[in-house]
Design a protein around this ligand. Structure first.
Ligand SMILES: [Mg+2]
Length: 259
């Protein structure tokens, strides 16, 4: 009691006028951490690509195909993290965007179909421990596999999905309560992503940044979702700064593919 902010809307805590939702793998980072683990520690790129195709042609749910990928990795969880720290790199403009957002009361919410402990560890490594703690992350979890005693033993971990959706984590569920706030309380909502799992989320926000050259761009065009493309977060920062300053509207910013 005492607060009017529903517990389900943590990004409203500082009464922001803008909220920035973002995907993690391939958006904040330059590589996909789950693909990297599957290709290098699990069953390899050939089976992974076949799995992606099965999902694309609706022969299987994403959640089952993704679980197969991760189940093929026998490496202890702590060793997976160490390998990822050496191989996954941050988008070159993200740090500056992160700092600007912090100073200007634009909460960043990470919505990921990956695993929260992986994302936390990578962000702590790339941004700093304290900085990473300030980010809200909504993702799947990791648990000790049945018959094992620790995630840090061989074959010891498995993914625990966030919800029952076919994606394992339906990103639109997190955004919708913000999108449905009464107009006078509703912040402007941004989203950045690169893949198919971002589409449902993208439809809920006011402006979508889709990574140039990735699947999400074609999906947005087909589904008539207003968007603009980005190469890295420095372009996102420039656009968001103009919108926050009132120099550009979200409608004007949604120009589709940038050449
Ligand atoms: Mg992605």
């Amino acid at each position: 009691m005492g607060s009017t902010i529903p517990i389900a809307l943590p990004a409203l805590k500082t009464s922001p006028k803008f909220i920035f939702f973002t995907d993690f793998d391939g958006t904040i980072t330059q590589q996909d951490s789950n693909d990297f683990m599957t290709d290098n520690l699990g069953f390899g790129p050939e089976l992974r690509k076949k799995g992606n195709e099965d999902v694309l042609y609706e022969r299987r749910d994403f959640r089952d195909s993704f679980r197969d990928m991760l189940d093929s990795i026998n490496t202890p969880f702590n060793e997976c993290i160490e390998t990822l720290k050496k191989n996954i790199t941050l988008d070159p403009g993200f740090k500056e965007f992160f700092e600007w957002a912090k100073e200007n009361n634009v909460p960043i919410v990470v919505l990921s179909g990956g695993m929260e402990p992986v994302i936390r560890a990578l962000l702590a490594h790339m941004l700093g421990e304290k900085e990473a703690e300030t980010l809200q992350i909504v993702s799947n979890d990791v648990a000790v596999r049945k018959g094992k005693t620790s995630i840090n033993e061989a074959g010891g971990w498995e993914i625990v999905y966030h919800d029952d959706s076919g994606f394992g984590h339906d990103k639109s569920l997190e955004i919708r309560p913000y999108a449905r706030l009464p107009a006078e309380e509703r912040p402007v909502l941004f989203y950045a992503g690169d893949g198919v799992s971002d589409l449902s989320a993208a439809k809920e926000t006011d402006l979508l940044f889709a990574k140039a050259g990735r699947d999400l761009v074609a999906y947005c065009e087909r589904e008539h979702v207003p968007f603009t493309t980005f190469q890295d977060f420095s372009e996102i920062l420039a656009t968001v700064k103009d919108i926050v300053a009132g120099k550009l509207s979200v409608k004007e910013a949604a120009i589709g593919r940038r050449s």
